[in-house]
Design a protein around this ligand. Structure first.
Ligand SMILES: NC(=O)c1ccc[n+]([C@@H]2O[C@H](COP(=O)([O-])OP(=O)(O)OC[C@H]3O[C@@H](n4cnc5c(N)ncnc54)[C@H](O)[C@@H]3O)[C@@H](O)[C@H]2O)c1
Length: 378
């Protein structure tokens, strides 16, 4: 056939939000071929969707168990090698666990699991195997996020002393005020989502971005979460103070009730020599601030950017790239790792980032519920 990686997908059906992003991203660098999977809990719907994608119906399975059983009987050179887990949160752990135990590489959506203990458990299984495990913090794949990370690492802004990460959305505002409507989204159902909605869904992206670009760990946090209604068990807004390993302090703010906001993820980091600021809704630009020079705007796909930034672009400057490209870069990094090629650590978030994310979620909920106390992360 060809030497592309044979990809399976769990979830991500025609009715899903994130499926198309992964399908397009996986095909972007010509490194994967989608073979099959389970796209919907209803087999007939899954089969119809597989047909639409032009897949062999014998590789569209009724559930993960039958997929594993059948794939393991297929010749090793034709068998699915890597599986993307794109189902609602509560299914990530059992699916990823079964995949690892049966020697499939895994690309898993965030949050990694619904509890920190599950995340630790998965990480232990992963450590015992020679397998690649990626957690799709999508925005880490943008060329100018990689540029920001590189500039901070190289001391361009000096010693980091302040950060501000925000992820503001407004999509829950039309939903949250009516009880019936708020029961209709799985993200507000703890059995499906885990213990947090807003922090788990988008606060984790902001947290991961802080640790990625600063190259430091968040050591402790103090969280104030809001559920808006007393019968709503899930947070829809979060203001979190955080302290980095070098003592720098900052904020991680996330909201799904910031009325009218779309996908306003922004990260700003300040040091004694300058600041850097990046915004997801305007991702091809990176702003460099200093005390005594005019604002400098770096743009993607220029030679003045770092190697890791420039290996993350596909076309010349002036052609805006977006979320599909960002996820495509993550898939590309994963393909290098599976194929034994050299790659930068920053090319894809690993299971350790997923574990950190789960620690962050649980500690944020704990801090808020305990009366807004400072809590150490592991
Ligand atoms: N990285 C990001 O930026 C990002 C963005 C959105 C969502 N997500 C994550 O992606 C995951 C899915 O989110 P979504 O918004 O696409 O959800 P969704 O509800 O839109 O879609 C879920 C899909 O999973 C399928 N599914 C459900 N149960 C299944 C089962 N047992 N077997 C097979 N398929 C099953 C559904 O049929 C559907 O196709 C979540 O964990 C979410 O946190 C990540």
């Amino acid at each position: 056939m060809d030497n592309k990686l044979r990809l399976g997908i769990l979830g991500g059906g025609g009715d899903s939000l994130i499926g198309v992003l992964h399908r397009v991203a996986s095909s972007m660098h010509d490194k994967y071929r989608l073979i099959g999977g389970v796209f919907n809990p209803e087999h007939s719907i899954s089969l119809d969707f597989g047909k639409q994608l032009g897949l062999d119906s014998s590789r569209v399975y009724k559930d993960l168990d039958s997929m594993i059983e059948s794939e393991k009987k297929i010749d090793i050179n034709d068998r699915i090698q890597v599986v993307s887990v794109l189902t609602p949160n509560y299914l990530h752990y059992p699916m990823a666990k079964a995949l690892l135990e049966n020697d499939f590489h895994v690309i898993c959506e965030k949050p990694l699991t619904t509890t920190y203990n599950e995340a630790i458990e998965l990480s232990k299984i992963k450590q015992s195997k020679k397998l690649v495990f990626a957690v799709t913090y999508t925005y880490t794949g943008y060329p100018m996020v990689r540029q920001m990370t590189d500039m901070i690492k190289n001391g361009v802004i000096g010693k980091v002393h302040k950060f501000d990460a925000q992820y503001l959305q407004g999509w829950l505002n039309p939903v949250v005020h009516e009880k019936e409507k708020r029961m209709s989204t799985w993200r507000l159902n703890p059995k499906v989502s885990g213990i947090s909605c807003c922090v788990g869904d988008i606060g984790t992206h902001a947290f991961n971005m802080v640790e990625l670009v600063t190259g430091m760990k968040v050591k402790k946090l103090l969280a104030d979460l809001n559920t808006l209604y007393s019968d709503n068990p899930m947070d829809v807004d979060a203001n979190i103070l955080a302290r980095l390993s070098n003592g720098a302090n900052g904020t991680i703010r996330s909201s799904q009730i910031a009325t009218g906001e779309e996908n306003n993820l922004r990260i700003s980091v300040y040091g004694n020599k300058g600041g850097l600021k990046w915004e997801q809704e305007n991702p091809n630009y990176l702003y460099h601030l200093t005390d005594d020079q005019p604002l400098r705007v770096l743009k993607s796909a220029h030679q003045y950017n770092s190697e890791i930034s420039n290996l993350s672009i596909k076309i010349p400057p002036g052609h805006p790239e977006g979320i599909f490209d960002s996820m495509g870069n993550i898939y590309h990094g994963v393909s290098k790792a599976i194929n034994g090629q050299s790659f930068y650590n920053e090319e894809f978030p690993g299971i350790e980032d997923g574990v950190r994310g789960m620690d962050f979620i649980e500690k944020a909920v704990h801090s808020s519920k305990s009366g807004n106390i400072w809590v150490n992360l592991d």
